[in-house]
Design a protein around this ligand. Structure first.
Ligand SMILES: [Zn+2]
Length: 188
């Protein structure tokens, strides 16, 4: 598993988010127990974890199913979680483009209504909200770590109009992009 994906899945384990429930299984090397990513037991250290994309794989490697989160029990979440994970992957890749619900749905060959409902069930928010969160995260990073003009930062996260970008950024953070940049840099 590549490092970036490992980090994403591990983050979901730390936060006990259901994003990868049914998609990956957490093998804990120190205890030889395999868990769902959402297990409520104490979070294992990243260095002690191997992720398997099937429970069978983990069992073959000698892990025993956790008695607490019971990874062998197939909840109704499985295909839904897989779908939500696919949506996240598309958003992470295409956040700088115009990204609409119908485009997302079309790329997964399902209806926009179904996509919206399932995604919200799994994550607690809509694909549009997720897209905004991803855009904000990248915009904040660019503002702090680069000297790109505000207009360029906006364009990089999907806002062709600098004034739209600025008012959106203010709405989400309470600060203008320049205030945010100066504020963060003064902390460094
Ligand atoms: Zn467990």
């Amino acid at each position: 598993m590549e490092q970036q994906l490992f980090n994403r899945v591990y983050e979901s384990v730390v936060k006990r988010e259901p994003t990868y429930d049914g998609v990956y299984y957490t093998g804990v090397k120190t205890t030889k127990i395999v868990c769902r990513p959402t297990c409520r037991a104490k979070t294992p250290l990243a260095g002690n974890v191997t992720f398997y994309d099937s429970l069978e794989g983990a069992l073959h490697a000698g892990f025993r199913p956790c008695k607490r989160c019971k990874p062998e029990e197939n909840g109704p979440l499985r295909p839904d979680a897989a779908l939500a994970a696919q949506v996240d992957a598309i958003i992470e890749k295409k956040y700088s483009d115009k990204l609409t619900l119908s485009m997302l749905a079309a790329s997964l060959a399902i209806s926009p209504y179904h996509l919206q409902r399932v995604y919200k069930q799994v994550t607690g928010y809509s694909p549009a909200e997720k897209t905004e969160r991803v855009r904000l995260k990248h915009a904040q990073k660019l503002l702090v770590e680069t000297d790109e003009a505000v207009a360029e930062v906006g364009a990089a996260v999907g806002y062709s109009s600098p004034s739209h970008f600025t008012s959106w950024f203010c709405r989400r953070t309470g600060l203008s992009p320049t205030e945010y940049r100066n504020g963060q840099r003064s902390l460094l």
